[in-house]
Design a protein around this ligand. Sequence first.
Ligand code: NAP
Length: 337
Amino acid sequence: MKAVVYRDNGGPDVLQLVDCEPPVPAPGEVRVRVAVSGVNPTDWQARAAQAMAFPEITPHLDGAGVIDAVGEGVDQSRVGQRVWLFMAAAGRATGTAAEFTVVPAGQAVPLPDEAGFDVGAALGVPALTAHRALTVAEDGPRRLRPGALAGKVVLAAGGAGAVGHAVIQLARWAGATVISTVSSPEKARLATAAGAHHVVNYREGDPVAEIRAIAADGVDIVAEVALGVNLALDLAVLRPRGTISTYANDGGHPVELNVLQNMVRNTRLQFLVLYTAGPDVRAAAVEDVAAAVGDGALPVGEEHGLPLVRFPLHRTADAHRAVEGGAVGKVLVDVMS
Ligand SMILES: NC(=O)c1ccc[n+]([C@@H]2O[C@H](COP(=O)([O-])OP(=O)(O)OC[C@H]3O[C@@H](n4cnc5c(N)ncnc54)[C@H](OP(=O)(O)O)[C@@H]3O)[C@@H](O)[C@H]2O)c1
């Protein structure tokens, strides 16, 4: 089979296309013929700097394809099932940038016939992160389903980003009023197409006043991508006992916290990363995201606010360059020709 591998940390040029034997599923695993591999910032960050846990690594956590073999203990009837994959390369050498990959059976989630492989490959990191961001508030909900966020106001920072897009879609599916910040009219169009009820350009005018005019009682949950830059805005629009769910500090701006102000407001500052969220939280997120996919609530493509930026497998290095360079939309690698 064809696979992309790297044998040392470094820039995108360390990625090589090689011919190798397809992996054999161990007990409890499934082997998936990958159709589309999804690229996330964590993939290039791991390639660039994460200590090599294996002599050779195939990158990418996310993907979608068809199960073609199962290991001992896995129901044989799963062969032929369309699936989406999450955390394929986490602690393993066999990510999704290859014609075949193997994952524990639970990390291959059935993909309904109505959902394309592009949808499946875009789910893992963005949707599971968005789920976590929306389910850590003091007064819940812990699970998402239609109506779970009814009456709540969610602020999705950077709604044209991959995670921001998933925050908008999941929050909207769960019944929240969704506000999103963006940096340009083009990104405003995307956040609106994703389902945001209100879009605020954070680079113009008075974004705090604009958000306050929409949410007079304050925002319940902020899903934050750039905490250092946005903390002052977040606190200015957050309701007492509101939650700031932080999944990144893009821009790297230092975070200065006014402890007294946050005590008085009973702010909940929740930091989150998928790897350490814990198996129960991840399992719940997978179930809810699968239900949202079943409802057709997580479409991708420019018309749904997430342009697709595609590369063939042999150009995986360019796919990494695109993500690292801040491509707008979802970067995908087409594996099955
Ligand atoms: N904790 C986790 O488990 C987890 C999971 C997934 C991703 N992440 C991290 O989250 C970040 C985003 O990932 P992604 O895949 O969504 O990347 P992406 O598709 O490139 O999106 C990043 C978005 O952040 C926006 N942004 C940057 N600064 C902003 C600001 N001050 N205010 C509002 N929006 C701002 C950008 O829009 P503008 O440039 O227009 O502002 C862009 O839309 C990365 O750092 C990634 O490593 C963490």
